[in-house]
Design a protein around this ligand. Structure first.
Ligand SMILES: [Zn+2]
Length: 938
């Protein structure tokens, strides 16, 4: 506990007394029943008329014996297969079918998860207006706590589902973890307890073994229930006391031991490779002891937590800065400080990097060197100031929004309190405490703390690599670490930026016309741009801005396809950054821009999508003008930085080099090429595209797309006062350059394939598996009524496919259903179904899915399932109506597409019927545009 004691003792020296205890959030009711069960209840009205129900168990795969591997997770599945009050047989409904009738959706609102140390079950978004629903959800928690039926026949059925879940999850990462964990956790149970377990055990265990495990570990002294939402706290507490009284207090319970992780003197080096892994990930850990539960009670722990966050941030910033320079030492890097990978009994300062091809040693060496550098010289005053400003600005936003937190936020807090004794002071108390303390924490304190974290003992290096590269033997990597330890280092040099984002402001334009339209204000600006403003109070400190103009890459010629691909939003999502943002904005490089923006709560993204250019930004109230300056600079002054772009190219090429060795990338690429008839605009980007794309051309194409502000409609939603907004809009939007011509998109660049098309291909894989996508597409008018029908159809497919394909046939872990409604280039839809299965069962499952689709068209969906979809949509809509994102979406539909997606929403939900959905399904599926793509290992 070296680091913690350093931090604590220095603070204690200043105060000369013990720190006061951290207060407990006064808005949560916490109690414990005689049998040992802990409960947390809190009233919270966001979302309104809904509540979340959780049961958290201090039980996970770590408690399994060798011959029980997989039982903890198996048990979690059995919680949905028959309980005392929800038997799921002729005597009564099961949990899933019951909850669906009240609009609680399996997978989305109803879920569970098993980890090494904990298991949790949740029922979210329960409608609270019906008392019966609340009673039933409490009863479900009650049944989960100790009343599972665990019938033989249900267990046998579930073996297949779990086997399929294993197949879906058994990817490169899982396989490599299977190699790494035994080495980096040697001497600990964490070495061999991946929750999915051993299929040998899953396929063959005796049902009695599962029942014994259940009764041994599922018991009230290890269970906590958490209920947050629009509820009466006294009433719920009373009900808990009554309902859980029959849960027996355990007699001579087995001790819940926490598996320890041994220390190591010499570095541990572990290397795992996998054929399907395209890149090399390097992890370097500096392990340390956790803060014991009883040391988390006093204010010094809040200080420790604050200092730990800042260390994480400042180290990450240093690595980010290195990435932007020419010849970066790795393609990506970040730092975190918390649990040592998967263990709750050991913490670590953890460096994660994606190395360049054949660059794993360079990555390791750089990380070790930077760790040594900060240990020797510490952080600088400038770094500390900026990181502190960022931390405080996030905390301030949380404080400003303290009355408008969604229930999930509190659930997370109470879960961590129950499991690990993490403090729950409440937002206001935390904010006030940190505000008071922060100026008494000198930089030296933090430098002492990081010194304690970085030691030459307890180091662990893990490499997750591919089979094309050669990795140095472990002894050589250890020698490399020693060699780096002996280097003579110089201190990190920080150049502080004092200049403002914009030194001179553009000449203001004017608002030339103001209209009021259904609660929104529409301004027409002197440069032709339109701004739609809608003040809301859904959030106290949030403003959203979006912008849109027709055109996009559809109007860029085919000869620029490499440039189009590098500029595309898809590629930006894959890389986590856009090619042009590498150069920074205005006078500032990307690294300097980050410094200028420290302490500001702003984000601003510009992108060239297929059919339009888009802007999407967000800020708090205080920093809105800064957000608008970023907005202005993105339009007018995107910065060219040749070395920074060269660095971007090196990094992306490295990442893309072996990407096709990942079968899922190959699969996605063939889905896209099947859908768009091999159109090269739709194909996955490769290293050749990155090499071929010309930086100057891209800058030019981007500038052309954003040259004429008159093409754009902007929407601003959130806690804004139109009068305050006016001067800002005139300053930063009306001042943008414009021209009189209006842009439009080219609808013909990427037509979707029509008719029936199959592309089933085989490629050897490490785990025998078949992945299939079935895509229906076609014309559909862009109306609200169609949106609601399409949503309902998707939900009904979800329900039926779980019943028929997962549960009845045990054929897959799940069929994913996605649906999309498009306005551009044509008014259209698509529905995508995707699943993994055993290659030998692929054809059988495709047939079963086809018959589900044809039944919906011939007999229509069942009235029961329609009712379930209606309940869910009604509830979801009521919640959406109170969100800024939703309001923005409605306005965008109205002003971009002239489509009213607001009026009559509920009416259209109410109108859903067997007949209307049958007719709708016929219209959709009857167009006979069906693409099937599959990738199988044999
Ligand atoms: Zn599972």
């Amino acid at each position: 506990m070296a680091t913690f004691i350093v931090a604590m003792s220095c603070l204690n020296a200043q105060k000369q007394q013990q720190m006061p205890p951290i207060p407990l959030d006064k808005d949560v009711r916490i109690g414990k029943l005689d049998n040992g069960l802990t409960y947390y209840i809190r009233k919270n009205n966001l979302p309104e008329h809904q509540a979340n129900f959780y049961i958290v168990q201090k039980v996970g795969s770590i408690l399994e014996e060798e011959n029980q591997r997989g039982l903890a997770h198996f048990l979690e599945h059995m919680a949905f297969n028959g309980t005392k009050n929800f038997p799921n047989d002729s005597k009564g409904k099961g949990i899933i079918p019951y909850l669906e009738t009240i609009g609680v959706k399996f997978g989305q609102n109803l879920n569970a998860g098993t980890s090494f140390d904990y298991t949790s079950y949740n029922i979210d978004a329960v409608p609270t207006a019906r008392k019966a629903a609340l009673d039933s959800c409490l009863l479900i928690l009650h049944d989960w706590s100790g009343f599972l039926l665990l019938r033989d026949k249900d267990i046998d059925k579930e073996r297949k589902v779990i086997h399929e879940e294993w197949r879906t999850r058994q990817d490169k990462s899982m396989r490599m973890l299977g190699i790494l964990l035994p080495e980096i956790y040697e001497g600990s149970k964490y070495a061999n307890r991946l929750p999915i377990g051993e299929m040998e055990v899953v396929d063959k265990f005796e049902p009695k073994a599962l029942r014994d495990y259940y009764h041994k570990w599922y018991r009230p002294d290890l269970q906590g229930i958490i209920i947050v939402g629009d509820v009466d706290v006294d009433k719920i507490e009373q009900q808990i006391k009554e309902m859980f009284a029959d849960v027996q207090k355990p007699i001579n319970p087995a001790e819940r031991l926490y598996s320890q992780v041994p220390d190591n003197n010499e570095p541990i080096v572990s290397i795992a490779t996998d054929k399907e892994n395209p890149n090399t990930n390097v992890l370097v850990f500096y392990k340390r002891n956790i803060v014991p539960s009883d040391k988390k009670l006093n204010m010094d722990y809040l200080v420790y937590d604050f200092m730990n966050s800042l260390i994480e941030q400042m180290l990450s910033n240093r690595l980010q800065e290195m990435i932007q320079k020419e010849n970066p030492p790795f393609a990506y890097a970040q730092v975190s400080s918390g649990s040592y990978l998967i263990s709750k009994t050991k913490d670590a300062l953890q460096f994660f990097a994606i190395s360049n091809p054949n660059g794993s040693n360079k990555a390791i060496e750089t990380i070790v060197r930077e760790a040594n550098r900060v240990k020797e010289f510490g952080f600088t005053a400038g770094e500390y100031e900026r990181a502190k400003a960022d931390y405080l600005s996030k905390l301030e936003k949380l404080y400003n929004e303290r009355d408008k937190q969604r229930s999930d936020y509190f659930i997370d807090q109470y879960t961590n309190h129950f499991l690990q004794n993490e403090p729950i002071p409440g937002i206001a108390d935390k904010y006030n405490t940190i505000q008071q303390m922060v100026n008494y924490i000198p930089l030296e304190e933090i430098n002492q703390m990081v010194k304690g974290m970085i030691t030459d003992k307890n180091r662990v290096v893990a490499i997750m690599g591919n089979e094309k590269e050669k990795y140095s033997p472990q002894a050589d990597i250890k020698a490399l670490i020693t060699k780096t330890d002996n280097e003579k280092l110089t201190a990190y040099v920080d150049n502080t930026i004092k200049e403002p984002l914009m030194t001179s402001l553009p000449i203001k334009g004017k608002i030339v016309k103001e209209e009021q339209q259904q609660g929104a204000i529409v301004w027409t600006l002197s440069n032709g741009a339109k701004v739609v403003v809608k003040p809301t109070e859904f959030k106290d400190d949030e403003i959203l801005i979006s912008g849109f103009a027709a055109g996009g890459s559809s109007v860029i010629e085919n000869k620029y396809i490499p440039e189009i691909k590098v500029l595309s939003k898809n590629f930006e999502m894959v890389m986590g950054e856009s090619a042009l943002s590498a150069g920074g904005l205005g006078k500032f490089s990307k690294t300097d821009l980050k410094k200028v923006l420290s302490g500001k709560n702003v984000s601003m993204g510009f992108s060239v999508d297929t059919y339009n250019e888009e802007i999407s930004g967000k800020s708090n109230i205080k920093d809105f003008e800064t957000a608008m300056q970023l907005f202005y600079l993105n339009f007018t002054d995107i910065r060219k930085d040749q070395p920074a772009y060269a660095s971007f190219v090196t990094r992306t090429k490295g990442m893309l080099m072996n990407i096709s060795s990942n079968p899922m990338i190959a699969f996605t690429d063939s889905v896209m090429s099947s859908m768009y008839n091999n159109n090269s605009r739709g194909r996955f980007i490769g290293t050749k595209d990155v090499e071929a794309a010309n930086y100057d051309t891209m800058l030019q194409l981007y500038k052309e797309r954003f040259a004429n502000a008159g093409n754009f409609v902007f929407t601003i939603v959130g806690n804004v006062k139109p009068a305050d907004l006016k001067p800002i809009v005139e300053q930063y939007i009306a001042s943008l350059p414009s021209a009189s011509d209006r842009s439009s998109f080219n609808a013909k660049v990427m037509p979707v394939r029509k008719g029936l098309f199959n592309n089933n291909f085989i490629r050897p894989m490490e785990t025998p598996k078949s992945t299939t996508a079935i895509i229906y597409s076609g014309k559909m008018e862009y109306t609200l009524q169609n949106k609601i029908q399409l949503d309902a159809l998707k939900q009904i497919l979800d329900i039926v496919l779980v019943e028929k394909i997962r549960e009845k046939l045990g054929g897959t872990y799940g069929v994913q259903v996605a649906s999309e409604q498009e306005k551009t280039p044509d008014e259209s839809f698509d529905i995508q179904l995707m699943f993994d299965t055993d290659p030998d069962r692929r054809v059988e499952l495709v047939k079963a899915i086809n018959s589900v689709i044809s039944d919906i068209q011939i007999v229509g969906p069942s009235a029961v399932n329609i009712q379930k979809a209606k309940e869910f949509s009604t509830k979801q809509h009521a919640d959406d109506l109170k969100k800024n994102e939703y309001t923005l979406n409605i306005l965008n539909n109205q002003y971009r597409y002239k489509a009213d997606f607001d009026t009559n929403y509920q009416k259209y939900i109410d109108q859903l019927s067997v007949n209307s959905l049958k007719e709708f399904a016929k219209k959709i599926f009857g167009q006979d545009n069906r693409i099937e793509v599959s990738l199988s290992s044999n």
